[in-house]
Design a protein around this ligand. Sequence first.
Ligand SMILES: [Zn+2]
Length: 219
Amino acid sequence: MCDCDKVVLSNLNRQVIHSSKDLGKKKAESAKEKLERLNPNCKIIAVCEKITGENAAGIFAECDAIVDCLDNLETRKTLNKLAIERKIPLFHAAVEGLEGRVAIVVPNFSSRPGSAARPRAPQVPNSTSCLECIYGSAEGAKGEFPILGSVAGAVGAMLATEVFKFFALGGKPHGELLVYDAKQQKTTIIRTRKRPNCAACGHKKAKSLLAPRAGRFKK
Ligand SMILES: [Zn+2]
């Protein structure tokens, strides 16, 4: 679990893992504490760092999936690129105001190197569109923006369900973006397509995040 921020009062309307007693604590450590209290058999590593193009490969070196609960598109694009290079799935969710989005990026699993000793996700024959394919040159919301806490809860539950389906029930993503509009009480599924010239998954790939000696994150 990776988060560089500390718990502040304005988080508490939606980040329900924290409470007023946690104000000022590092978020990753506060969340680890609650989850380990809920289930002492879970082993959680709290990483209190800002994810960047330089450290992302090290932080996620031992991960079989990335679950994106971020608040900015720039870091999402970094993780999108890393997920494609590592051939691990990226589960994406975003919320702004009364709208939420969920998508799953699955690079081709069958060619993933070095995965034999780890729990295997279901084989997915084709890679889906990635976040660069979906969002292109969009810059995303800047600065502070409003989020209704209950919408974050609803979208977070959808995201958690997708992770569970993928690993436990053999769910097969089809390259779709789910848009939940709480104002209209409407859910729309948008089919997304891979872009051949995508900077992350297309022919014109950007510089790799995987440095030659990108090591395992030090615990
Ligand atoms: Zn792409």
